[in-house]
Design a protein around this ligand. Structure first.
Ligand SMILES: C[S@@+](CC[C@H](N)C(=O)[O-])C[C@H]1O[C@@H](n2cnc3c(N)ncnc32)[C@H](O)[C@@H]1O
Length: 415
């Protein structure tokens, strides 16, 4: 180990892997290659050879190029920059947009087959759908929030790919115009290590340096509804994502299983976006509780759902909240939970074993799972399946063009 680090090798790239890299083999060993495409032959520099089962490499030259290769949409992340100085966050920016979605589809389907053990299942026919307007914009200008970093000399920029090294850039093509314009890319900031630039929910953007006290809340609009959130509180990143997810949840939730008086839940609820989707899909009388660990987001959820008399918001970790329900719920409440529709929208790590086990035990009528990581999602699906649930529908969305991320929504019901 260590002897090949930094050397350049020729690799035949065969297929895409999870995480924005592709797979090649060197003397039988798997090498994950950045900035390449399946079907290509590349010269790549070994950047990590200390792992038993795989190594990592960064493309420095393409010898045989895929027909899907394009000039990178971000000069700062292109091949002609040294791999150590290539900006991170746009790892599919060298691929044409429809092919990016095809690669995301392959990763999702592969995860469903390997980790959720789906075979001959209609969900394997899933396509990755574009957000309205993205094709016309070539997948640019969608990021409503960016986190930039500041190095010891005060230079501001994103981290280089797969590192914590700040690189300077002169543009942020994935960001909305307002966010890009407001970003202090050519300033030197001392005394801080982070700058967040966030859409103000209208046409402007706010710059939050370091851990400055939170400014006025931001108001985002989705259809007819307004959502109040903290400046640095969670909100879907793509300007069209909140609407896309709202409409998808409303379309996929099974109306024949929806009971407005059941103990419906919006787990990992943020400021109440998806609870509102159900309220607006069915009736303002829907009983639903949004559960979220960030107290300030919960307060905003309560405010955002104030027109729905039977909606509430609780600050809690989802695992603890469900554990408490398992321990303390009365028989009547257990029955109300068994009739419930439960949305879960966890962070990248997925819901995890404890949460899925609790849900299986509480046995809701349907689970609408909004997933931002296909592997974590598929592992949770496997557990749901072993616990008697089946996947009834699946859609996937390209909410992060030019990155490897893909969002999926699956509906599960007891088999
Ligand atoms: C992917 S976001 C979804 C938010 C919301 N559904 C939306 O679409 O705007 C996940 C949310 O879960 C919260 N969260 C993370 N871990 C949690 C946990 N263990 N328990 C409760 N909430 C958690 C985060 O603060 C974040 O607001």
């Amino acid at each position: 180990m260590g002897e090949l680090l930094g050397t350049t090798v020729e690799l035949q790239v065969t297929n895409v892997a999870h995480g924005g890299v592709s797979v090649a083999r060197l003397d039988g060993r798997v090498v994950f290659v950045a900035d390449s495409l399946p079907g290509e032959t590349v010269l790549a520099r070994i950047s990590s050879d200390d792992h038993q089962s795989f190594w990592r490499a960064e493309t420095v030259e393409v010898l045989e190029e895929s027909p899907h290769r394009r000039l990178h949409v971000w000069k700062a992340a292109a091949l002609d920059r040294d791999p150590d100085r290539r900006a991170g966050g746009a790892e599919f920016g060298h691929i044409d947009l429809p092919w990016q979605r095809e690669l995301k589809r392959q990763v999702l389907v592969d995860s469903l087959q390997r980790f959720a053990r789906l075979e001959n299942h209609p969900a394997l026919e899933v396509q990755v759908e574009a957000v309205e307007g993205d094709d016309a914009a070539n997948g640019l200008g969608w990021r409503t929030r960016v986190s930039l970093h500041v190095d010891d000399d005060g230079f501001v920029g994103p981290y280089a790919a797969r590192s914590h090294r700040v690189v300077t850039v002169d543009a942020l093509p994935l960001a909305t115009q307002a966010v890009e314009y407001a970003s202090p890319l050519d300033e030197r900031l001392l005394g801080t290590d982070r700058v967040d630039v966030v859409s103000d929910g209208r046409r402007g953007a706010r710059v939050v340096v370091g851990s400055a006290p939170a400014g006025k809340p931001i108001v985002e609009r989705v259809g007819e509804r307004e959502f109040r959130l903290d400046e640095l509180g969670f909100w879907q990143v793509h300007h069209g994502a909140a609407r896309t997810l709202t409409e998808a949840v409303q379309q996929q939730v099974l109306p024949e299983l929806f009971d407005p008086s059941a103990a419906n839940l919006d787990l990992y609820g943020g400021v109440g976006l998806l609870a509102a989707a159900l309220i607006d899909r069915f009736t303002p009388d829907v009983r639903i509780e949004s559960v979220e660990s960030d107290a300030s987001a919960t307060a905003n959820a309560e405010f955002n759902l104030r027109d729905a008399a039977n909606a509430s918001a609780a600050t809690a970790r989802v695992d603890r909240y469900l554990g408490q329900l398992q321990r303390d719920a009365s028989t009547a409440e257990r029955q109300a939970l068994a009739r419930a529709s439960v949305i879960i929208d966890p962070p990248r790590a997925g819901a995890g074993k404890l949460v899925v086990a609790s849900l299986i035990d509480l046995h809701p009528a349907q689970v609408v799972y909004v997933a931002c990581d296909p592997v974590a999602f598929s592992r949770d699906l496997a557990q749901f399946s072993a616990g008697g649930y089946e996947l009834r529908s699946l859609r996937a969305f390209d909410l992060f063009p030019h990155t490897h991320h893909v969002e999926a929504i699956g509906v599960l019901t007891p088999r």
